[in-house]
Design a protein around this ligand. Structure first.
Ligand code: 16G
Length: 250
């Protein structure tokens, strides 16, 4: 039982550092061992203070640290809960697949929250990357992508209008719509950089501000060599491992 697990006789050592740090480690252990499963609520501060004999200030500090690193979330009026970890996904860097395909291969359902979808005036970056003229418009879709009910990535795709004339046609998979029109990309380059999430991005991805993330830019090409897609994404760092296969060059 959690209350027995938190009795300090079993884990607290005077000389092993501040009380709030040791309490935090004990609570993390309770999460790792499943004693405090995902979505379960933490006992109130007062109760943890009673069990441990620590002050409420110490207990609050331990919990605040765990809120900051994303292990625990505080829900208005209903207390502190163990946050559900996202599924960790390995994505190959040698196959040109779509988000929907990647997740389906892992048996996961996908969903999207639409943040923007329509025809817009292109930005300078879009003009340059998609080889547009200043008069051209661009099809843009910006989505929060979810897998197994968990937010995984923010994706902003821009495409020339003749490749995606009606962005509203994209309901689940962009690549499926492109394939239907004979415009499925066959090759892509991808640039990956480490970032700390800005407040808005962190909020949408359901993680604390400043959490590590991956910024990914994909430029994909048609068989003809023309650029079909310019996508800028922000992936959760705790959800993705990108895996590349390397060969000795001949
Ligand atoms: C992937 C691609 C993205 C592409 C999307 C299409 C990366 C980093 N990005 O998420 O460029 O637009 O798949 O997915 O892999 P969809 O067909 O499911 O909409």
């Amino acid at each position: 039982m959690l209350s027995d697990f938190l009795v300090p006789d079993h884990w607290f050592t005077q000389s092993a550092g501040p009380r709030y740090v040791q309490l935090r480690q004990r609570l993390e252990e309770a999460i790792e061992t499943g004693l405090l499963p995902a979505n379960s609520s933490l006992p109130p501060e007062r109760e943890i203070a009673d069990i441990t004999g620590f002050s409420r200030v110490t207990v609050r500090k331990a919990i605040q640290e765990m809120v900051k690193d994303g292990a625990i979330e505080q829900r208005q009026g209903s207390g502190s809960f163990v946050r559900e970890a996202p599924p960790r996904v390995e994505q190959s860097l040698s196959h040109l697949t779509s988000f929907t395909e990647d997740m389906a291969n892992r048996g996961m359902e996908t969903s999207s929250r639409w943040l923007e979808r329509g025809v817009f005036m292109p930005t300078q970056d879009e003009i340059r990357t998609l080889s547009l003229s200043h008069e051209d418009q661009v099809a843009r879709i910006y989505r929060l992508r979810e897998a197994g009910g968990q937010p995984m990535a923010l994706e902003r795709a821009a495409l020339p209008l003749d490749i995606l004339p009606n962005p509203l046609e994209v309901v689940t998979s962009l690549y499926e719509v492109l394939a239907k029109h004979g415009h499925r990309p066959v090759r892509a380059t991808q640039k990956i950089a480490a970032i700390n999430l800005e407040p808005v991005e962190a909020h949408l991805l359901g993680v604390p501000e400043g959490t590590a993330g991956l910024k990914i830019q994909r430029i994909s090409y048609l068989e003809s060599g023309r650029v079909a897609e310019f996508t800028q994404s922000i992936y959760r760092g705790d959800a993705y491992d990108f895996v590349a296969e390397l060969r000795l060059s001949d």
